[in-house]
Design a protein around this ligand. Structure first.
Ligand code: ADP
Length: 347
């Protein structure tokens, strides 16, 4: 639904080039909630602004719903009209809501409908529908200053939905909100996505946002996507940085027995229901020591992680490790370097 190919954006700042996007390939499937995460300055905002052409990419292509937007940009009046029409099908939700203080909630939602050219009766009807969708019918006549942060963002979402978009872009929509309001806004985005068949691309610096609503995610650093995919696939990818951050097991204590092997086992879906630890202990007569375990819901699926210690070196444990992998479990061997924890896949 959204594809970027070799997308680059270079800003010229006081005679110097700042590379904000450096060859970004992104593929967002229809109907999914896709999160882009990364620290400040990674290029997330630039990416989202390039997707709806608020920012003109330096090179590369952006395709939304089968239409290559980069081909339309700046190509005469007809292409300009097509680009404007395409952009109406892309809703955008902003971190700081961007509401007009002098307009009521209903009038804020009506604004994009005016621009589309709807008459007064249709605007009223559509705005009422949208406010109902976001649960704000009783605030239609209120002004933004009379609303809580969460309510303001609901207005922002209603306004973003005015053009019946197929794609919703969210630029840190919850980072100005408290945790509880964040949860309710994220749930609203996810539910609206399902109800209206929207594809949602959101950017965030918070792993919790990815964890609670996203189906897929990409990690950005220095203008590049360094990892991307469905959360379930990432969790099953050895050495995945996103998986580790989504599901931290805490630091591995230094020291411990040098003659022991520490495994980090990830299980999800069907494998979560298997009593694999007791089977392993029984079948191979191994005395396992459980160092830590956690179960969470990530992308709507139960995922568990467990850190266990087995006596003997990795070579001594090749057979039990093979057994665990045969059960469909993701098994990483944790090293204990002097400088801190690091997980590496076994050879
Ligand atoms: P993020 O959203 O991940 O914090 P940004 O996309 O805002 O990252 O920024 C990526 C890089 O591009 C940064 O180095 C930033 O300073 C630079 N940048 C962003 N917007 C502009 C701009 N309008 N002019 C010049 N440099 C910019």
């Amino acid at each position: 639904m959204i594809t970027t190919a070799d997308l680059t954006k270079v800003y010229r700042v006081r005679g110097r080039d700042v590379v904000a996007l450096d060859g970004v390939d992104l593929h967002v499937r229809e109907g999914e909630v896709y999160g882009v995460v990364g620290t400040s300055g990674a290029g997330k905002s630039t990416l989202i602004r390039c997707v709806n052409m608020l920012e003109r990419p330096t090179s590369g292509t952006v395709t939304v719903d089968g239409q290559e937007l980069t081909r339309l940009a700046g190509r005469g009046p007809r292409a300009g009209r097509e680009l404007r029409a395409a952009r109406r099908r892309i809703g955008m939700v902003f971190q700081h809501f961007n509401l007009l203080a002098s307009r009521t909630v209903r009038e804020n939602v009506e604004l994009p409908l005016e621009i589309i050219g709807l008459d007064r009766t249709d605007r009223r009807r559509k705005a009422a529908e949208l406010l109902d969708l976001v649960g704000l019918t009783d605030k239609a006549a209120a002004y933004p200053a009379q609303l809580s942060g969460g309510q303001k963002q609901r207005v922002g979402i209603a306004r973003a939905l005015a053009g019946d978009p197929k794609v919703l872009l969210s630029d840190e929509a919850t980072s100005a909100l408290d945790p509880e309001t964040t949860r309710s806004i994220l749930a609203l985005l996810r539910d609206l996505g399902r109800e209206l068949g929207l594809t949602v691309l959101l950017i965030t610096h918070e792993m919790d946002v990815i964890k609670s609503v996203c189906d897929s995610a990409a990690l950005m650093r220095h203008g590049k996507v360094v990892e991307s995919g469905r959360l379930s696939d990432l969790l099953a990818t050895p050495g995945s940085e996103l998986a580790r951050e989504l599901f931290p097991l805490g630091d591995l204590p230094t020291g411990g027995s040098p003659a022991a092997t520490v495994l980090e086992i990830t299980f999800q879906g069907d494998t979560a229901a298997q009593p694999f630890i007791s089977q392993l202990a029984r079948t191979y007569h191994v005395d396992l020591n459980i160092l830590g375990a956690a179960v969470e819901t990530i992308g709507g699926r139960q995922v568990g992680r467990m850190r266990v210690e087995l006596p003997g070196s990795f070579e001594d444990n090749v057979v039990p490790v093979g057994y665990l992998r045969e059960q469909g479990l993701q098994v990483d061997v944790a090293e204990r370097p002097a400088t801190g924890p690091r997980t590496e896949e076994a050879a």
